[in-house]
Design a protein around this ligand. Structure first.
Ligand SMILES: Cc1cc2nc3c(=O)[nH]c(=O)nc-3n(C[C@H](O)[C@H](O)[C@H](O)COP(=O)(O)OP(=O)(O)OC[C@H]3O[C@@H](n4cnc5c(N)ncnc54)[C@H](O)[C@@H]3O)c2cc1C
Length: 302
């Protein structure tokens, strides 16, 4: 098998060994990732061709990713160096690692409206597409014309039109199950950026969401918002060591300092099981878990 270290040095690919979850996940707790590589536009395809031989995970801004306390003994491909934006009239080809708040600010400078409602989501564009991130009545899929990705199975680059992607509420189905999003062609922006709307919604977010490290919503909403159901169970403020169901928003689990992934998962289980007992509703986690341990996957999909 290829010596990965020689390969990374030869291809000039940024890499780091033994990286703490504090640097990779916005929850700022969890274990160590064995190897994180951050390719750029020039060496991304070669990186992915190598990575497919190892356990791997694709990471955007880590704002929806919990890293197991036992860490991940594989390769994380981080998109932070894939952040070019190319404009062609009203279409923009945007690197997967570009952060949504940055993209929103970029469009604001061009006086183009569209992303104001999404401007407070701390996501990379690639992560936002996989999760079909949304807020205040809109979803990122509404602005996607096509996505260029690298399919690990066939080792080929392909471009998929938005209508061929299985977008639904906080999901892109299996469209990127084994494919890495490189860039996204966005369209549909209109003249006249609405700065006051963007400001008002960011303020609303500040007032209704905790300002401690978290992964955003733990569970997807059902017919009723998950936060409402958890709140009705009286669970706001419940603690598991250093993690807590936020007293501000019951669908957020926050890290009060030193919180581990197992603290997080303890609270996730308490919320899920209590809501099931009280309302008979099964909550589905929205968050993703990076782990080597099969039982952890099973735990969240029970
Ligand atoms: C404070 C806070 C507020 C939030 N508010 C919202 C909100 O209003 N609306 C909302 O929808 N979400 C919200 N979130 C959740 C989160 O920001 C979204 O789920 C976001 O889409 C995740 O993006 P990311 O880049 O951080 O993804 P990551 O956590 O890095 O990854 C998420 C998933 O995408 C995959 N992935 C990432 N990049 C790629 C790629 N290039 N190719 C293939 N797969 C990839 C990962 O493997 C993983 O499965 C919030 C989170 C926080 C912390």
């Amino acid at each position: 098998m290829i010596n990965i270290e020689n390969f990374l040095a030869e291809k000039n690919i940024d890499y780091e060994y033994d990286v703490s979850a504090e640097k990779l996940s916005t929850y700022k707790g969890g274990g160590i990732v064995k190897l994180v590589i951050s390719p750029n536009d020039h060496n991304i395809n070669e990186s992915l061709a190598i990575v497919r031989d190892f356990p791997h995970y694709f990471l955007g801004n880590g704002s929806n990713t919990l890293i197991d306390d036992y860490g991940f003994d594989g390769v994380v491909v981080c998109t932070k160096n894939l952040n070019t934006i190319v404009r062609d009239n009203n279409e923009f080809t945007v690197g997967a690692g570009t952060l949504i708040p940055y993209l929103n600010a970029y469009l604001e400078r061009l006086n183009l409206s569209g992303l104001e409602r999404l401007s407070g989501i701390p996501a990379s564009l690639g992560g936002a597409c996989v999760m079909n991130a949304g807020a205040y009545g809109i979803e990122i899929c509404e602005f996607i014309k096509e996505i260029t990705c690298y399919d690990l199975a066939t080792q080929r680059e392909l471009t998929i039109g938005a209508k061929d992607i299985a977008f639904s509420y906080r999901s892109s189905g299996d469209s990127f199950k084994n494919a890495f999003i490189k860039s996204v062609k966005l369209t549909g922006f209109t003249q006249g950026y609405d700065a006051s709307l963007s400001r008002a919604l960011r303020e609303k977010r500040r007032n209704s969401q905790p300002n401690k490290p978290s992964l955003g919503s733990v569970f997807k909403s059902t017919t009723l918002p998950a936060g409402y159901l958890i709140d009705k169970c009286g669970l706001k403020g419940t603690r598991a060591k250093c993690a807590q169901i936020s007293p501000t928003h019951a669908n957020f689990i926050v890290n009060n300092g030193g919180g581990s992934a197992s603290d997080y998962l303890t609270l996730l289980a308490i919320a899920r099981d209590t809501v099931k007992r009280r309302f008979g509703i099964t909550l589905t986690p929205e968050i993703k878990i990076l782990t080597n341990r099969k039982e952890i996957w099973e735990f969240t999909t029970q």
